[in-house]
Write a protein that binds this ligand. Structure first.
Ligand code: BES
Ligand code: MN
Ligand code: MN
Length: 465
């Protein structure tokens, strides 16, 4: 398999240049002002897939942005790998915190990426990681050919909740038929400690609106005599956690998976440097649910966080006013067996019950999704493990991640297939933040590891027939 690494070494500069061209397209799905760039990015992904040898490529229209579908079927008797990824990115704001413009990729060294990292929005989430799969196909084609069939489904609405993907998947189960789904849209522990994501959290996301008086009031003339929606909202939010940092919504924990002592003991072995974690964030202490470690808090436990809060006067100087309305956006990260819809309902009932009579509460549910756990004993995990051993020289650790890719649970339900999450990003790569980056080492290691996965998966699959 030496051919794979030498092909990559020979072509790495071009791989980077090609990725840069894709990154330069500001495909921000959340902002309709970028709709044309979304179409351009979809088209660019389609062309890239055609260029590496897909025999059929198409842009599948949806009610939102198109899904790029491509395939190369070499033999129906061989297994099929379906690659999923997304070409949309998060909005880059706040812009003034970027050291270089978000859509002008630049390679700079960092402590964790001495070989350089690509700084740009989407570098890691998910253009860089998705593009590794396209280049991995090129590598396979140029070093002996694909060992099995390959399909790609690259969407443009992941960062806004994948609203149209569910219909597409349900309507195209035959087309999407596969033996395993392969995704690189998560992370690993460190460049010398490879890991594979074996769990994702679910998500329930709501917006709340608290209305007091029918108009903004003079805070001198009315202050003290009416409920101030901002004060009420903050009190309501504050009461959502108790002194042990547990969530107070009745029924919230009812279906939470109890992770076995054995699995928790395994988790405790995962290398995690608490001091480095605190230092990187400039915090003196971590914070969270009593009785759980930091790794547990961010993976196997559900959470509730305020993502945004606003209302009243926030401009320059002082304005004495009692706002009529106050708002907040709240996310709840869920663990397996908690159902997103049910949690949204429990939240809504409880939150409304917290309001004093002087205000009214409106709840707007946003997108959500279910969590996912895979047991590291299946064929796909074994194949991935063998691939990492070849390229990193050691077996990957199974790790449950805290983020969400809601479509993974849906894939399992509709396509009846397992997903392997081979993520190559680091938590410190600042996805969704200013100065997002992706290590050049990680990008190239991903391109190298993926072909080995195909070979091992095909071999194990054949042996198991
Ligand atoms: N790639 C991330 C999810 C992720 C990142 C999972 C790192 C695990 C580790 C994905 O693009 C994302 O941002 N998902 C959203 C949810 C979505 C419904 C908007 C998230 O997790 O907030
Ligand atoms: Mn992503
Ligand atoms: Mn994301």
């Amino acid at each position: 398999m030496h051919a794979i690494s030498s092909y990559i070494t020979k072509h790495k500069n071009r791989f980077l240049e090609e990725l840069f061209s894709l990154i330069r397209i500001p495909s921000i799905s959340a902002d309709s002002a970028y709709a044309q760039h979304m179409e351009a990015a979809a088209k660019a992904v389609q062309i890239a897939l055609k260029d590496v040898g897909c025999t059929h490529t198409e842009l599948c229209p949806t009610k939102g942005y198109p899904i790029v579908y491509a395939e190369k079927i070499i033999d129906p008797k061989l297994p099929t790998v379906l690659v999923y990824g997304h070409y949309d990115v998060q909005p880059p704001d706040p812009l003034d915190l970027w050291e270089t413009p978000p859509f002008e990729p630049e390679i700079r060294e960092t402590d964790l990426h001495p070989e350089g990292a690509i700084f740009a929005r989407g570098a890691c989430d998910d253009k860089g990681q998705m593009f590794m799969h396209i280049k991995a196909m090129e590598v396979m084609e140029q070093t002996g050919g694909l060992p099995c069939n390959i399909k790609f489904m690259i969407e443009g609405e992941e960062e806004v909740g994948s609203d149209n993907l569910e219909d597409f998947v349900r309507a195209n189960t035959k087309k999407l038929e596969n033996d395993v789904i392969l995704i690189s849209d998560t992370g690993m522990i460190a460049n010398d400690i490879p890991s594979i994501t074996t769990g994702l959290r679910g998500l329930s996301y709501v917006e709340v609106e608290v209305t007091g008086p029918n108009r903004d009031l003079h805070s001198g003339l009315y202050g003290g005599a009416v409920a101030n929606p901002i004060t009420i909202l903050t009190q309501m939010i504050a009461s959502l956690h108790d002194e042990k940092n547990r969530i107070t919504i009745p029924g919230f924990y009812d279906n939470v998976e109890i992770v076995s002592t054995a699995e928790r003991a395994e988790m405790a072995k995962i290398p995690f440097a608490l001091d480095a974690y605190k230092n990187a964030l400039d915090i003196k202490a971590v914070y969270g649910e009593e009785g759980y470690t930091t790794l547990e808090r961010k993976s196997i436990r559900p959470t509730l966080d305020v993502n945004g809060i606003w209302g009243g006067y926030t401009g320059e100087g002082a304005k004495t006013v009692i706002a009529s309305k106050a708002y907040a956006k709240i996310s709840m990260r869920l663990v397996p067996h908690q159902k997103s819809e049910e949690i949204t309902k429990l939240f809504s009932e409880h939150f409304k019950s917290l309001a004093p009579e002087g205000v009214t509460v409106k709840i707007i549910p946003h997108h959500g999704g279910e969590g996912y756990v895979m047991h590291p004993d299946g064929l796909a995990f074994q194949a991935a493990s063998k691939a990492y051993i070849e390229t990193f020289g050691k077996a990957p650790l199974p790790v449950r991640d805290g983020g969400s890719i809601p479509i993974v649970a849906l894939f399992e339900e509709t396509l009846k297939s397992k997903t392997v999450l081979m993520g190559f990003g680091l938590d410190s790569d600042a996805i969704h933040s200013p100065n997002e980056h992706f290590g050049v080492f990680n990008f190239l290691k991903g391109i190298e590891t993926i072909p080995h996965f195909y070979h091992h998966f095909t071999a194990l699959h054949q042996a198991n027939q």
